[in-house]
Design a protein around this ligand. Structure first.
Ligand code: SF4
Ligand code: SF4
Length: 68
């Protein structure tokens, strides 16, 4: 899976990491230009492509696509 996080849109709410059923995402120490902590894919290989994170992100900052 390709997990694309638009760091300019992210507000660091951690909804994506809290709700990912596979624990793929976690808050990181990386801060974007607005001072928010960005999530990071720490278990990328576990991603099932369920798109829950994409659907729940209030900023529409995540895009999940299958590798072709
Ligand atoms: S698509 Fe599903 S499994 Fe993959 S990171 Fe998002 S919530 Fe987790
Ligand atoms: S749900 Fe969206 S805005 Fe919130 S931390 Fe994740 S990517 Fe950022």
């Amino acid at each position: 899976m390709i997990i694309d996080i638009d760091e300019n849109l992210c507000k660091g709410c951690e909804i994506c990491s809290d709700f990912c059923p596979k624990g793929v995402l976690a808050a990181s120490n990386v801060i974007n230009s607005r001072g928010y902590h960005l999530p990071k894919a720490v278990k990328r290989e576990k991603c099932t492509g369920c798109k829950l994170c994409e659907l729940l992100c209030p900023e529409l900052a995540i895009l999940i696509t299958k590798k072709t």
